[in-house]
Design a protein around this ligand. Structure first.
Ligand SMILES: [Cu+2]
Length: 207
């Protein structure tokens, strides 16, 4: 008990002394200024928050840059979203329109300079084949008339990303072709207008 009491008094005495010095002497004011102006303390404290802010600012920027780079699409999970979205758009378009020949498969025709889509395929000639496919940018799609199913055309439709391909001229001649080269990524959706009622739709992804 005695020791505790002594410590108690000592502490109070020290506080009282310190308070008195701080409030009444120039020496303590100088000490405070020195602490504030101390290069190590002052600069260090100021720099750390600044660095943290920079880091926080940089990270979102880096992520955005990664998202914008097509090259990283295969590696970055966040970049798979556009591809998934494209597949969903193709799938929903062909499913909602009951597209003939479509079984959920999007044929992979990447790494091909030219792809031929039969116009007038299927048992009755009311289908495109392949009905859904993916190609690379720079690939040429050739729609080739089979001569089956009567007269057809190829017309951009729905929320297609490309609206300037195909030909709305209605033709029944076997061997007739219409071709377009796609240099930008996106989703192409199209219909044969005379046979829209029987599900003559097609779609492709340019990636
Ligand atoms: Cu047709």
């Amino acid at each position: 008990m005695r020791e505790l009491s002594r410590r108690h008094f000592v502490t109070i005495g020290a506080l009282a002394t310190a308070t008195g010095l701080a409030g009444c002497t120039e020496d303590d004011e100088i000490d405070d200024e020195e602490l504030e102006d101390d290069p190590e303390n002052g600069v260090g404290v100021d720099d750390e928050p600044a660095d943290e802010e920079d880091d926080v600012d940089d990270e979102p920027d880096d992520e955005e840059e990664v998202d914008d780079e097509p090259d990283d699409e295969e590696e970055d999970d966040t970049d798979e979203e556009p591809g998934d979205d494209a597949e969903e758009r193709v799938d929903s378009y062909l499913t909602e329109n009951d597209a003939q020949q479509y079984d959920g498969t999007i044929e992979d025709h990447t790494d091909e300079d030219e792809v031929v889509i039969a116009n007038g395929a299927g048992d009755e000639g009311f289908a495109f084949d392949p009905v859904a496919l993916r190609i690379d940018t720079g690939t040429t799609i050739v729609w080739e008339w089979t001569g089956e199913g009567g007269s057809h055309n190829v017309v951009p439709d729905g929320d297609t990303d490309f609206d300037d391909f195909g030909d709305d001229e209605i033709v029944d001649e076997e061997g007739h072709t219409v071709e377009d080269t796609f240099d930008e990524e996106g989703v192409g959706l199209y219909v044969c207008e005379p046979h829209a009622g029987v599900g003559m739709y097609g779609a492709f992804i340019v990636e």
